[in-house]
Design a protein around this ligand. Structure first.
Ligand code: BG6
Length: 463
């Protein structure tokens, strides 16, 4: 078998609305929880201008066409379509995404659209956000509106980005801090909203395909001690399988249910939830992957803070269940995230073995500090190295029988990192701004751009 990707494999690049668009109040857009988010670190860029993709989308899509991608993953900002989250539709918002979609299609790029990526409309946050069942109803109306508006042209849809990260990390990045029982009621509402998205997409979009988009990372036990293995079983369930078992099997994961029971959490179902969850399923799984996690059974409560400090860090602690530890076998990036390409393949195999659904990677990449040289170049061999190692594992996973049909890494253009502002860059395309200084926001192709372009042209991993 030739060691290359199949001819119909989809190569892409990904972004989200709030991290790139800017124009946070333009053309009738309402505020979102990202616009109002209070940042601990005021030295990092906010999302008001971001990469100004709202005004640069033609140039950015032109560059993506030059890169050669067949798909472009972006999200719609719900508050551009419904400035108050529900109620009156903002035609200017609908027109904007119509223009973006047309631009993609003119360049033979298929959009893959995420319905919501961390940017809940602020007015919905004010009624309790995902804790309030009315947010699910608002999401349904929003989904109906965009499926009807764009369903003729857009066939690939993603539901809600990373509900598992939204709930596991410190809620400050996504809204207010909430107690655990409310958190898992939110889990239920997010999952029910997702089920409605599956149902509505299948009803309203001819030949439409839709998938969940969680961040999945295998959780390893720190040692072969049985209790460390038990810790990894619990964190795998809370972090990974709870979300996908609900999406793909239509049931609560049993280990997760025990976790909730031990925590004293009860989830309230509304009439119809049970039927909805058991009758509506995804066509594929979209997976975001950056790293793996290693845990042990916590034994000493001293000097420990409950919670997770950063979505991918080892700084995790849930007394009685699991505690993150450093994996001595793995290197880390500049931002303390472990790098684990072999774990990527194992995660893909585990996922496929568990759900038997086609998989597409919708995020994977290296956040790093890049330098623009005086002659307009960005030399990023570290990013090429990361991508090369991970893409090699995609190929190995395909050869091992995983139905992986596409790879759309993070990110197409530089964007504002959720945690670290613009200093932590992911793009193939450099956006010239700093945390404070906007400059001209000019675009430059990085070395990784040319490397990825060659990969797409040949379906083989370049040296
Ligand atoms: C993913 C999110 O979990 O992680 C992205 O979907 C995010 O929105 C990415 O940018 C990387 O995280 P960070 O904190 O480096 O931006």
């Amino acid at each position: 078998m030739p060691h290359k990707f199949p001819n119909d494999f989809l190569w892409g690049a990904s972004i989200s609305a709030h991290q790139t668009e800017g124009a946070y109040k333009s053309d009738g857009k309402g505020l979102t929880v990202q616009d109002t988010r209070v940042r601990d670190n005021h030295e990092i860029a906010d999302f008001t201008i971001a990469s100004d993709h709202y005004h640069h989308y033609k140039e950015d899509i032109q560059l993506l066409a030059e890169l050669g991608v067949q798909i472009f993953r972006f999200s719609i900002s719900w508050a551009r379509i419904f400035p108050n989250g529900r109620g009156e539709v903002n035609q200017a918002g609908l027109d904007h995404y119509q223009d973006v979609i047309n631009e993609c299609l003119q360049h033979n790029i298929q959009p893959i659209i995420t319905l919501n990526h961390f940017d809940l409309p602020q007015t919905l946050e004010e009624i309790g956000g995902w804790s309030n069942r009315e947010t699910v109803d608002a999401f349904k109306d929003y989904a109906i509106t965009v499926f009807k508006a764009y369903g003729q042209q857009v066939k690939y849809w993603l539901t809600i980005n990373e509900p598992n990260v939204m709930l596991l990390v410190d809620q400050k990045i996504l809204g207010k801090q909430i107690p655990i029982d409310e958190k898992y009621q939110q889990f239920h509402h997010l999952m029910i909203a997702e089920k409605y998205a599956f149902k509505l997409c299948h009803e309203l979009v001819e030949n439409g395909q839709i998938g969940p988009v969680p961040n999945i990372s295998l959780v390893y036990p720190a040692t072969s001690k049985p209790l460390d293995n038990q810790a990894s079983l619990y964190f795998n369930s809370v972090r990974n399988w709870a979300y996908l078992d609900f999406s793909c099997f239509g049931r609560y994961n049993a280990v997760f249910s025990d976790y909730l029971k031990q925590k004293g959490v009860t989830i309230t179902f509304a009439p119809g939830d049970e039927a909805l969850m058991k009758e509506n399923f995804p066509d594929f799984i979209a997976m975001n992957f950056y790293t793996t996690v290693t845990v042990e059974k916590p034994t000493d409560k001293n000097n420990m803070t409950e919670g997770i400090s950063d979505q991918q860090s080892e700084d995790i602690m849930d007394w009685g269940f699991y505690k993150g530890v450093t994996n001595p076998y793995l290197k880390k990036n500049q931002f303390n995230w472990t790098i684990d390409p072999d774990g990527f393949k194992t995660t893909l195999q585990t996922l496929y073995d568990r759900y038997h659904l086609p998989i597409i990677i919708t995020e994977n990449g290296l956040g790093a500090k890049d330098d623009l040289t005086e002659d307009g170049k960005v030399h990023d061999p570290y990013r090429i190295d990361y991508l090369k190692q991970h893409i090699e594992q995609c190929l190995e996973a395909i050869e091992a029988g995983v139905d992986l049909f596409g790879y759309s890494p993070w990110s197409a253009i530089d964007l504002i990192s959720v945690h670290e502002g613009i200093s932590k860059r992911y793009g193939f395309i450099y956006v010239d701004r700093t945390e404070k200084e906007l400059k001209q926001l000019a675009r430059y192709k990085k070395d990784s751009f040319y490397w990825y372009q060659k990969l797409i042209q040949t379906n083989e991993i370049p040296p």
